[in-house]
Ligand binder design. Structure first.
Ligand code: MN
Length: 267
């Protein structure tokens, strides 16, 4: 038996992250470490730090309504109001806030940990902040107590324009690189409405057809993912595969715990 403790969508929740590996054998983080906007508490996050809470509220409202053009205009106005006009200066200001968050997140991240990227992550920056016990795995299979455990990080292109979004082909290539596994860990779910619909945001989030095809073909025992903060269903069965959303760690503050029998034969 091996016990996985799994977090996803940590979004700045450093305090609860510290010690989140307690009681498990293997700690797994499925990404989204950064908090740009806090939909539950608009006073938190990089946008509020940069532009104030009122701006963060208006920006969240525009995005929630699907008014992405309005949201971009709000941002442009907020930068201008701060006197930061040059795109390079904007980038530098944003980057210093992101780096400050990453420093906190990686300091709190348990070690050892197996980690993959979310769509709200900047992969190149992880290299600057990872600690010796942080193993970053993406489009890769790791052997854990005799189990084949696969990882695919990142999200898919979306109107939200989050920082790590892949086109469908690039994502499918990463999935295809795995081959059969016992346990699959990804940031985004397979493309099934029950798993991708967010009942609070009232919209479909990204789900991957390539992941759904993979699960149907290879039938891993478990597929764990995050990304959809308030899903219509937290779990569902696809053939023999138990598909589980591990939950929005920023809100729940406890990891998902999965015990896997290591003696059961594969498939
Ligand atoms: Mn996400």
């Amino acid at each position: 038996m091996v016990v996985f403790t799994v977090v996803s969508d940590v979004h700045g929740e450093a305090e609860a992250l510290r010690g989140a590996d307690a009681g498990g054998d293997v700690f797994v983080c499925l990404g989204d470490l950064i908090l740009y906007l806090d939909y539950d508490d608009p006073g938190h996050g990089i946008y509020a730090d940069l532009f104030g809470e009122a701006h963060a509220r208006a920006y969240i409202e525009a995005r929630t309504d699907g008014r992405f053009e309005d949201a971009r205009e709000l941002s442009a106005a907020a930068w201008a109001a701060r006197g930061i006009i040059d795109p390079l200066d904007r980038r530098a200001a944003m980057e210093s806030h992101i780096r400050r968050q990453y420093a906190q997140m990686f300091a709190a991240m348990p070690q050892p940990a197996l980690m993959t990227y979310g769509n709200v992550d900047l992969p190149p920056m992880w290299e600057d902040f990872r600690q010796p016990g942080h193993r970053i795995v993406d489009a890769e299979v790791v052997e854990v107590h005799g189990l084949r455990v696969g990882f695919v990080g990142g999200g898919l292109v979306s109107p939200m324009r989050t920082p790590y979004e892949l086109d469908l082909d690039a994502y499918a290539e990463k999935v295809a690189a795995l081959g059969p596994v016992d346990v699959l860990f990804t940031h985004i779910p397979p493309r099934r409405a029950e798993l991708t619909y967010d009942v609070v945001a009232r919209r479909f989030e990204s789900g991957s057809q390539a992941l759904l095809d993979y699960v149907e073909e290879h039938q891993p025992r478990y597929h764990l993912f995050g990304h959809v903060h308030q899903p219509l269903q937290r779990r569902m069965r696809i053939g023999r595969t138990e598909c589980i959303n591990v939950g929005h760690f920023n809100a729940r503050k406890v990891p998902y715990v999965l015990s896997v029998d290591t003696k059961e034969p594969r498939g």
